[in-house]
Design a protein around this ligand. Structure first.
Ligand SMILES: [Zn+2]
Length: 85
């Protein structure tokens, strides 16, 4: 099975978006957490995304799934699409 590099990268970014709340709550396993941070170190977009997320949570003073801004995720995925052009 062939998997393109771009495709894999996008998948990893999408995974990151999906587990970001677990990460910030400290709910990830040590292995997943390490993968998450390794990805952050090499992906500026995700790094910025997590930073925005942290700020949003600080402002809200709490973390609830329903408070998460879907617009941020949409923006991020848009940016990924932009890379490929
Ligand atoms: Zn990423």
């Amino acid at each position: 099975m062939k998997v393109g590099r771009e495709r894999r990268r996008t998948l990893v970014c999408q995974e990151l978006v999906e587990v970001i709340t677990d990460y910030l709550e400290g709910a990830l396993s040590p292995g997943d957490r390490a993968r998450f941070e390794t990805h952050l170190a090499g992906c500026e977009l995700c790094d910025r995304y997590v930073e925005q997320f942290r700020r949003t949570i600080l402002q809200a003073g709490r973390l609830r799934a329903q408070d998460l801004p879907d617009a941020l995720a949409a923006e991020l995925l848009d940016a990924f699409r932009g890379w490929r052009g």
